[in-house]
Design a protein around this ligand. Structure first.
Ligand SMILES: CC(C)(COP(=O)(O)OP(=O)(O)OC[C@H]1O[C@@H](n2cnc3c(N)ncnc32)[C@H](O)[C@@H]1OP(=O)(O)O)[C@@H](O)C(=O)NCCC(=O)NCCS
Length: 116
């Protein structure tokens, strides 16, 4: 996800945009980075999209931005958190996620593994 696209949405819609798309955990985490927080928001946006593609539906059928979030372990390792219908459907699976960012792009890779 392009970082400037996230910045533009924030410039247009302000906190309402963040509240609609990101969990409180994500907002608290990203805001700690101050001026560079939008890199972290962009990577989380990319993770939500990557998850929606990994499950094969895209953004529909209960897959909404706030039903998938990222929290970070003390080591910094990101972990996917699911809510609502996404938790019901995919909660028993093992979900791997990796995030990365440059100054302009936030990237995410999501792999879903059926638990044995
Ligand atoms: C984890 C590490 C590979 C991240 O690489 P980076 O070039 O700093 O930054 P990238 O943009 O590629 O990746 C950042 C993302 O890595 C992820 N990450 C951080 N720590 C992680 C860990 N222990 N395991 C898996 N992913 C991790 C986070 O999701 C982070 O994004 P977020 O803060 O928005 O959640 C790197 O910081 C590292 O090796 N750290 C351990 C050693 C260390 O802390 N050294 C001190 C710094 S020199």
């Amino acid at each position: 996800m392009d970082v400037p696209r996230i910045e533009k949405s924030y410039a247009e819609y302000g906190e309402r945009f963040l509240q609609r798309v990101f969990t409180n955990t994500e907002i608290d985490y990203c805001n700690r980075y101050g001026e560079t927080r939008f890199l972290h928001f962009a990577a989380r946006f990319a993770a939500k999209e990557a998850f929606s593609k990994a499950i094969g539906t895209g953004m529909r059928d209960g897959m909404s931005f706030k039903n998938v979030g990222i929290r970070n372990e003390p080591s910094g390792k990101p972990v996917i958190e699911l809510f609502g219908p996404m938790l019901e459907r995919w909660g028993s699976h093992t979900i791997h996620v990796s995030l990365s960012h440059t100054a302009l792009v936030g990237l995410a890779v999501v792999v879903i593994e059926e638990s044995a």
